[in-house]
Ligand binder design. Structure first.
Ligand code: ADP
Ligand code: GN1
Ligand code: MG
Length: 367
């Protein structure tokens, strides 16, 4: 995807949308790895303009239909959510020679975190993602298109990873033999969630699937979560994907791309806080197998993301946005360290989940 749309082209694109006021500025915005995001300021309002990543999400009409359906559903349930701004001719996205674009109203007076050290903040994130999933339990999953096939199918991700290792177009594999061996050593673990989905002990639910902390906007005044964003991957999935991916990103003492690994550790207090918030919303509907797999899911989602970063490094940085040549490798290293430490603290994670569930009434469990 071309990430270098010229300022003139951006202005032409923004001008095709029904914005309120005269466009004053357009500037790059945010920390997403997939879409190209801009802040558009007019003399009356602010907007988010996104060039959608049509390589990652090839079926734009289905993607946008999912977002329309999910945001309409959330709004109908009084939940603040993304709001699309149509084009001047009434479409909810725009296709031009420069790519596919959409505009959201800017959700004002909010901020997002790439790192938290205060467990109370992370507990609120857990409650927000839990509430998101609980609300969507009433949403008819059959309406949703699968925007990326096999998104959290970890064995499938591992097969893709092995393909990238074998192809090695830039000759990078020789320099990362230990990293490749690390993901190979865990190959026997990868099927645990998919097997549980297949045998029915873990149900399919409507899930967000990309629950990193910076996909929640928090109110700058109250500190409470306001809206969950980045709805591109909302589709049928497992509660374990959402829980695990949040822990992968947020229960770390370092940034996802921290180069100094001495700063990157799995934090059990952050894990416990998130689990408490999340299970406070969805614990009652969780099956015994889901509860049992929550710690494993944290480690699996971390391994999965790590092998995606390393696979992209080998493939030549074609998927995730990178700012320097080793960026994906740096990200893979943080995920490896976190996955290793999660493995060491598996018993503590299990006992934390047990005590959270004993502390709650847990009376209406569906197992
Ligand atoms: P990506 O898929 O690339 O991660 P996101 O949809 O998450 O893209 O958007 C990137 C960033 O832009 C978010 O992390 C957030 O900071 C900001 N953002 C996106 N939508 C909005 C919005 N409606 N209001 C305010 N900020 C937003
Ligand atoms: C991407 O879109 P963004 O930046 O929120 C990726 C996630 C990864 C994440 C790693 C569609 O998320 O799956 O976990 O990067 N999204 C997609 O930071 O692949
Ligand atoms: Mg995002």
């Amino acid at each position: 995807m071309d990430r270098n749309t010229t300022p003139d082209a951006l202005l032409r694109v923004a001008d095709r949308f029904a914005l309120d006021g005269k466009i004053m500025s357009i500037a790059s915005y945010g920390d997403g790895h997939i879409n190209v995001t801009y802040l558009v300021e007019t003399d009356r309002a602010r907007y988010i303009l996104q060039q959608m990543n049509t390589t990652v999400f090839p079926d734009t009409p289905s993607l946008m239909r999912n977002i329309e359906l999910v945001t309409a559903f959330l709004r109908a349930h009084d939940q603040e959510t993304l709001e699309l701004v149509p084009t001047k001719d009434g479409h909810d996205w725009l296709s031009t020679d420069d790519g596919a674009f959409r505009v959201y109203r800017f959700i004002e007076d909010t901020m997002s975190y790439n790192l938290v050290d205060d467990p109370r903040i992370f507990a609120r994130a857990g409650a927000a993602f839990g509430a998101f999933q609980r609300r969507l339990a009433d949403f008819d999953a059959a309406q949703l298109a699968e925007t990326i096939a096999h998104f959290h199918d970890t064995p499938h991700r591992y097969a893709d990873f092995r393909t990238a290792v074998a192809a090695d177009p830039l000759g990078r594999a020789a320099g990362v033999r230990d990293e490749i061996a690390f993901f190979d050593d865990h190959a026997g673990d990868y099927a645990q969630i998919m097997d549980a989905l297949a045998d029915g002990s873990v149900p399919l639910r409507v899930t967000h699937n990309d629950t990193k902390l910076n996909n929640i906007l928090m109110d700058t005044g109250s500190g409470e979560p306001r809206a969950i964003i980045d709805l591109d991957t909302v589709m049928p999935g497992s509660m374990l994907f959402d829980f695990g991916d949040s822990i992968r990103f947020g229960a770390s003492t370092g940034l996802e791309d921290e180069q100094d690994l001495s700063k990157v550790h799995f934090s059990l207090p952050l894990f416990c806080a998130y689990a408490e918030g999340f299970l406070g919303e969805v614990g009652g509907s969780a099956t015994a197998r889901e509860l049992d797999l929550l710690p494993v899911a944290a480690q699996l989602m971390t391994l999965e993301c790590g092998m995606r970063f390393l696979g992209d490094y080998l493939a030549g940085d074609v998927y995730f946005a990178t700012r320097y040549p080793e960026h994906n490798l740096v990200r893979a290293h943080t995920q490896m360290q976190l996955a290793r430490e999660m493995g060491e603290q598996m018993p503590q994670m299990h006992s934390a989940i047990r005590s959270i569930m004993q502390g709650s009434d847990g009376g209406d469990r569906d197992d």
